[in-house]
Design a protein around this ligand. Sequence first.
Ligand code: KG4
Ligand code: ZN
Length: 360
Amino acid sequence: MAPDRIILGIESSCDDTAVALVRARPGEPVGEILASEVTGQDALHRLYGGVVPEIAARAHAERLDAVTAQALDRAGLSLAEVDAVAVTAGPGLIGGVLAGVMFAKGLAAARGLPLWGVNHLAGHALTPRLTDPVAFPYLLLLVSGGHCQFLAVEGPESFRRLGGTIDDAAGEAFDKVAKLLGLAQPGGPAVEVAATGDPARFGFPRPLLDRDGCDLSFSGLKTAVRRARDKLIAAQGGLSRVDIADLCAGFQAAVAETLAEKTRRALAAFPTATLAVAGGVAANRAIRDALASVATEGGAAFLAPPLRLCTDNGAMIAWAAAERMATGTPDGFALEARPRWPLDATAAPLLGAGRKGAKA
Ligand code: KG4
Ligand code: ZN
């Protein structure tokens, strides 16, 4: 039997510089995370109201060595004990992806290690198997600030996109709504805390429910929130605490209900034993509860990995490489950084990009 492998995973496709060490045991269904370090860049981008690609790339280039040293230290390992290097090779902000790929190539060359280029979305999509013995196939809803799509995960390199957002990602909509209402960024947690009011007061739309299939759209919903806000401000000169609570509750309920209904359809189109979620929006209690009920209704188990693994991290990148090791071959030094890299090359391109860079 093949020996255990220790994989160093590097993620730098957006605004988190992340490095992890994961042990994969042949025959074991799950991985062991030895260390997973994530250094965010919120403070660097806050002034600009969004991620600035050039600033992100520089910060990754400056920090990758220190974050890697930190991860090795946390795991109590030296580079000599690492068996393979895995790195996000796309999709994402090209400067950051390049910084990661170049750094990974340097490490692999220096230590004579195999180099694996990983699709960031494959990392998210395979995360449920990092922590739980989930069998293929399963349905994954990836719902974050940059991604929002349903994936049928059929194998380590076999993904079918069943639907996705045609404009904003759900997290992006939360962030924009927070901005509209003067709440803190990232907007998701701020909107969730504020969403204590009457969800029915404004009658916000449930986007695309009238259209078959499981594509999503959040841009119109965000506009509806803006209109309601502007009307209140015009009528009364500002927003009361109750207005904000009602606006947030209405928006959150619309997102939760829409995601739930589209998930119901995705499960009907692709009936499987497990519905898994990944992405920062999965932290939202109302959304999580709505998705869990849809899973129960459809006879599927509901799996939400721990939040630190739902959001961008290096462990998912190491694990996605581990999943491929049984059958695939490493990429080697010809590996290229790809700003756009659809997981499912057969699916029609989605119209939407996201606040956080190029999407698949
Ligand atoms: O996965 P993630 O950390 O980063 C990427 O987008 O790749 O997701 C971050 C997104 C942000 O848009 C944030 O507002 C949203 O997830 N988010 C939430 C909550 N926590 C984070 N959205 C709704 N409710 C939350 N509790
Ligand atoms: Zn991500």
